[in-house]
Design a protein around this ligand. Structure first.
Ligand SMILES: Cc1cc2nc3c(=O)[nH]c(=O)nc-3n(C[C@H](O)[C@H](O)[C@H](O)COP(=O)(O)OP(=O)(O)OC[C@H]3O[C@@H](n4cnc5c(N)ncnc54)[C@H](O)[C@@H]3O)c2cc1C
Length: 548
């Protein structure tokens, strides 16, 4: 029985009320909102996410206490995600030390944040990068600086063996068996295999294609891609329409492409542009002396490790629990940031010559109340919500076929699978495993899915994820000792039709009055480490160019 038919049986059993509850976490009955009672799983754990209180403070127009302190700094960076840290690193390495980085959370790193249990660290968001495209010298320099690239051999980077994903890398549960690799093969009819091969051959060709301007059609960062109009038009149709036009109908292929879009964008093929869908497959050309093309780099705490490499040298510049809630100008033309200390609940002001806003645009919309940003339509920017579950198990049942890998995906299930966060651990003393399970909440429009996600209790989340986990590993419930749930309400920017190459993002990247600059991965339209890293550098360079 497939996962989906089992799930529908399950849903029928839980009845109509719970079905609505799966969507909203509660329902309106006689005008009253009632939380739905979930099936009780006796599993200890907790539900967390980015600082909700700070989010409310930003959203609701509450009055903040009178500022008690006033300070001055030359450059103020707002946000210590990868983009903010990358901007800080660039400033510091360029000799600029008069800057400060504000972060509203008690921790640094934004979506690259990680957690830990008594045994080990695990990712709570971003968990891997691929080896750099060889022409991306700036990223390669960073990788050399932090010993991810140890040396060059015959002109190719030699990657640190401890950070290249340890084998075995990927497996897919399909037609009752774990097969190696994620491209569907086991039990797939020949006709469908032919379509899969055709698609892979087409993207392979696109991978090496250059536009009329001599640039690769698809590149990382996105800004290095060709702006040849004959390819940019791919941004004006959905990936699904593109695949329909090309006659790709195989259910296995379409599942695989949906999986890929969910994995990188938190959305389905119908919700992202064809340019974005193809970018996933055709933008990577990284060659290494000691690894396969496009090999994966990862750490037990995921990209939390990369984040620490950026953050540690900047420690004295970073102020955590410091939320900027409004930007304005002083009478003498400086930028004035109003900052709330989430811990002490005190308010202060910071006067800066220049600000680099490394928060997502939906936050910037609130900070810039009263400051015009011509041509920027915030409503057009959608952010995909995610649930990440770190599941501690004392043992893991085998199943048929390939054994446990770093990345473990099940065909035709709601999630994009789980990674074995202990894969890169040298110390094998961990009792059991910690599985980091990723569920993109993409069955509804992001705003609806987000609202529902925020309203769910820990128990209600278990009601959603446990049937899938039990399907993947029958009997798993009994061996789970703890679950750490994390909800990302605005996890990733959605590269919808006409976003990446449209006017909106182009305008959003523009500085205001050469005083307020912008850097965040959402400005690329694709939320990955490399984009955040390059956005930070671009903005830092703009600031330095305008340094008065
Ligand atoms: C579930 C999930 C899985 C992911 N997996 C991967 C992956 O495997 N590989 C990958 O490359 N990418 C992954 N990503 C994408 C990830 O978002 C990017 O790689 C990158 O970390 C984004 O960095 P950023 O700086 O652009 O944004 P953010 O991480 O959003 O950083 C913005 C920062 O600004 C802070 N901030 C916001 N408002 C304020 C304010 N008013 N005052 C002060 N501070 C503020 C926030 O708290 C945050 O720290 C994943 C994302 C999610 C949600």
């Amino acid at each position: 029985m497939s996962y989906n038919s089992r799930l529908s049986d399950y849903i029928q059993r839980r009845g109509f009320l719970l079905r609505v509850g799966l969507i909203t976490g509660g329902i309106f009955l006689n005008g009253c909102y009632k939380r739905l009672k979930a099936k009780s799983y006796d599993i200890p754990g907790k539900l967390s996410g980015p600082n909700e209180k700070a989010g409310h403070l930003l959203r609701d127009k509450i009055s903040f206490p009178k500022p008690l302190e006033h300070s001055k700094v030359k450059i103020l960076i707002i946000g210590s995600g990868i983009s903010g840290l990358s901007a800080g690193r660039w400033l510091k390495q360029s000799g600029e030390t008069d800057f400060e980085i504000l972060e509203l959370e008690a921790h640094k790193g934004g979506n690259a944040h990680s957690g830990k249990n008594k045994d080990a660290a695990y990712p709570l968001g971003a968990h891997y990068v691929t080896v750099a495209n060889n022409e991306d010298e700036v990223l390669m320099d960073f990788f050399k600086e932090i010993n991810v690239i140890t040396h060059m051999e015959k002109g190719l980077p030699y990657y640190n063996e401890f950070y290249l994903t340890f084998d075995p890398e990927e497996r897919l549960l399909i037609n009752g068996e774990w097969q190696e690799g994620l491209v569907p093969e086991f039990g797939v009819p020949e006709l469908e295999k032919t379509q899969i091969k055709r698609f892979l051959a087409e993207v392979e060709e696109l991978r090496l294609k250059k536009g009329a301007d001599g640039k690769f059609v698809f590149n990382v960062p996105v800004s290095e891609s060709s702006s040849d109009k004959s390819y940019l038009k791919l941004d004006l149709m959905s990936f699904k329409d593109y695949l329909d036009k090309k006659g790709f109908t195989s259910k296995y292929l379409l599942w695989y492409l949906n999986y890929a879009c969910k994995d990188d964008y938190g959305r389905k093929i119908s919700d992202v542009s064809a340019w974005a869908g193809l970018h996933y497959f055709a933008s990577r050309r990284g060659l290494a002396a000691n690894a396969e093309r496009n090999a994966v780099l990862t750490w037990p705490q995921g990209n939390g490790w990369l984040m620490e490499q950026l953050a540690d040298p900047l420690d004295k510049y970073i102020r955590t629990s410091s939320m900027c809630y409004q930007l304005g100008y002083t009478d003498n033309g400086k930028v004035l940031a109003l900052v709330y200390d989430v811990n002490t609940q005190q308010n202060r002001t910071i006067e800066a010559e220049k600000v680099i806003l490394c928060a997502p645009q939906y936050v910037n919309n609130r900070l810039l109340r009263g400051i015009k940003r011509p041509g920027v339509d915030y409503k057009e920017l959608q952010y995909a919500p995610w649930l990440v579950a770190n599941i501690k198990v004392s043992a893991l049942s085998g199943g048929r076929g390939m054994g446990l890998c770093w990345d473990n995906v099940a065909y035709d299930t709601p999630s994009v699978g789980y990674v074995n966060s202990g894969q890169q651990r040298l110390n094998t003393a961990e009792d059991g495993h910690t599985l980091t399970y990723y569920l993109p909440l993409c069955d509804f429009e992001p705003a609806v899915a987000r609202l529902a996600a925020y309203s769910r209790s820990y128990e209600q989340w278990l009601d959603i994820i446990m049937p899938e986990l039990e399907y993947i590993h029958p009997g798993l419930t009994k061996v789970i000792t703890n679950i750490d749930l994390w909800v990302w309400g605005h996890g990733m920017i959605s590269p919808s039709v006409d976003l990446i190459w449209g006017d909106n993002l182009q305008q959003a990247r523009k500085a205001i009055d050469q005083k307020i600059f912008f850097a965040h991965s959402d400005l690329s339209g694709i939320s990955i480490f490399e984009e955040a890293f390059h956005q930070g550098i671009r903005a830092a360079k703009e600031v330095l160019k305008n340094n008065g």
